[in-house]
Design a protein around this ligand. Structure first.
Ligand SMILES: [Fe+2]
Length: 282
């Protein structure tokens, strides 16, 4: 790799407070090994598995994140979301939520003298319903994925050198299709990664026009459990159709991430899976 390279580390959804506390230890080891220039962490599950608070966001930043992205669960704590998104420029929520919602879906950060736009956006397949809210909650209705991305990237054209995108989505095909569209779209998108499913996929690659891609980063959370939640809770819900409280699982914290290396022209030239782990719990 040449000295003009830019390395971007995208870290999978942090699940629960203990994973937030472990992040500093794990990220410092990962940073030492890979020396990323920009670290983007998805933090939407940090607060007990659902949502994000200002103190937890601060802790994620002090652990080494430069930008925090989120997703549908950011609205599980409306008051925290309003406070956090209204005050922290580098904490994003998906851009395709209504303009009147707190916060924004993109930011531009200086990385090695290059202007990198980070865009957070939500898929719509299997996602709209779970963000519809109850009678007493705002709807947070999602608008179109493609239209929103085109609107943001066109509006920001000339104000960034490359863009990277966290697509927070359930459907694998939607993520890849969106990434292929961005790769061929002339928007200067250097990397697209998926979040939300908490399952790391093995399809990390560089798309034909130089966009790095992976369908899902995975998660940063307890290894034992189901997607970071106690297995017995998920079983009660899924198998026995019981409504139970979902609690974050116990066990060692593992980190799933992907490292994108961009060349001097800000085209992606390498996509590499990265794993980290906290020490075994006492
Ligand atoms: Fe999510």
């Amino acid at each position: 790799m040449s000295s003009g390279d830019v390395k971007i580390l995208a870290v999978g959804d942090v699940v629960g407070e203990r994973a937030v506390h472990d992040l500093s230890f794990i990220l410092s080891a990962v940073k030492k090994k890979y020396s990323p220039d920009l670290v983007v962490v998805n933090g939407e599950n940090a607060a007990g598995g659902r949502g994000l608070t200002t103190p937890l966001a601060r802790e994620i930043f002090s652990a080494g994140a430069d930008v925090i992205t989120t997703g549908n669960h950011i609205w599980d704590r409306e008051r925290d979301a309003a406070e956090l998104l209204g005050s922290a420029a580098n904490v994003l929520r998906p851009a395709n939520y209504p303009d009147g919602d707190p916060g924004v879906g993109h930011t531009v950060v200086d990385v090695c003298g290059r202007r990198i736009l980070v865009l957070n956006i939500s898929g719509v397949v299997y996602m709209s319903k779970e963000t519809a809210g109850g009678d007493d909650m705002p709807s947070h209705a999602l608008s179109g994925l493609y239209e929103t991305a085109e609107r943001v990237l066109s509006h920001m054209r000339g104000r960034y050198d490359a863009a990277v995108v966290d697509i927070h989505a359930e459907a694998t095909g939607e993520k890849l299709c969106f990434a292929r569209w961005l790769d061929g779209g002339g928007f200067g998108v250097a990397a697209v990664w998926g979040t939300h499913t908490h399952i790391p996929t093995s399809d990390a690659c560089v798309l034909p026009n130089g966009t790095g891609y992976v369908t899902d980063l995975g998660m940063t959370g307890p290894r034992d459990g189901v997607l970071g939640i106690r297995a017995e809770n998920i079983l009660a819900f899924s198998k026995d159709k019981k409504h139970v409280k979902f609690e974050v699982a116990d066990g060692k914290t593992v980190l799933d991430a992907v490292l994108f290396t961009l060349d001097g022209d800000l085209k992606c030239v390498e996509v590499k899976r990265v794993r980290g782990a906290a020490p075994d719990p006492a």
